[in-house]
Design a protein around this ligand. Structure first.
Ligand code: AMP
Length: 168
């Protein structure tokens, strides 16, 4: 299946100069959504204990991948959203910084981890999530994305295998 046909470019969103990859047509098509999940699962060749989904667009496929892999699902969220004790990481945005959190008991030392988000752009977000997982003693097996924006070289920031269904 050509997933590219289900991802549309939105120019100047959320601000001028950005070409936003809108995955909602893909999510809205049951055959495409299921085929995408199966494609991402086929890229994993080890037992996974936990799938980490990055807020918010990493949650859609993250939960599905966890189910298909018979793994648990763990949300990483923006500061202030998780109710229990957390650890956090501050990371750089184009202007300023942001903070991501994970529940401190979400990962058991030695857990095999799959990190999932919709799009890999500069890699700053995924790298920050890797730090959270490392701090809790998780073993990152793979960082996986619906699509990578190759021209931003995000892959180079990540010290783990990176796989995705699409490259732009
Ligand atoms: P980055 O930290 O630069 O790799 O950005 C990754 C995060 O920003 C992901 O959570 C994406 O959902 C989002 N993102 C960045 N660039 C885009 C884009 N062009 N289209 C859609 N989402 C994007």
């Amino acid at each position: 299946m050509n997933f590219e046909n289900y991802i549309r470019d939105i120019y100047d969103f959320p601000k001028k100069g950005i070409v936003f990859k809108d995955i909602t047509p893909l999510l809205g098509n049951p055959e495409a959504f299921n085929a995408l999940a199966n494609t991402l699962v086929a890229l994993i060749d080890q037992k996974i204990d936990k799938v980490i989904g990055i807020e918010a667009r990493g949650f859609f496929l993250g939960g599905v991948l966890a189910q298909k892999l018979n793994a648990g699902f763990v949300p990483v969220r923006k500061k202030g959203k998780l109710p229990y004790d957390t650890i956090e990481v501050t990371y750089d945005l184009e202007y300023g910084t942001d903070i991501l959190q994970i529940h401190k008991d979400a990962i058991t030392k030695g857990d095999k981890i799959l990190i999932h988000d919709d799009i890999l752009a500069t890699g700053g977000t995924a790298k920050a999530v890797c730090k959270l997982v490392e701090q809790l003693g998780g073993e990152i097996v793979q960082c996986n994305f619906i699509a990578e924006l190759d021209f931003l070289n995000g892959k180079e920031k990540l010290n783990y295998p990176v796989k995705s269904a699409l490259n732009f």
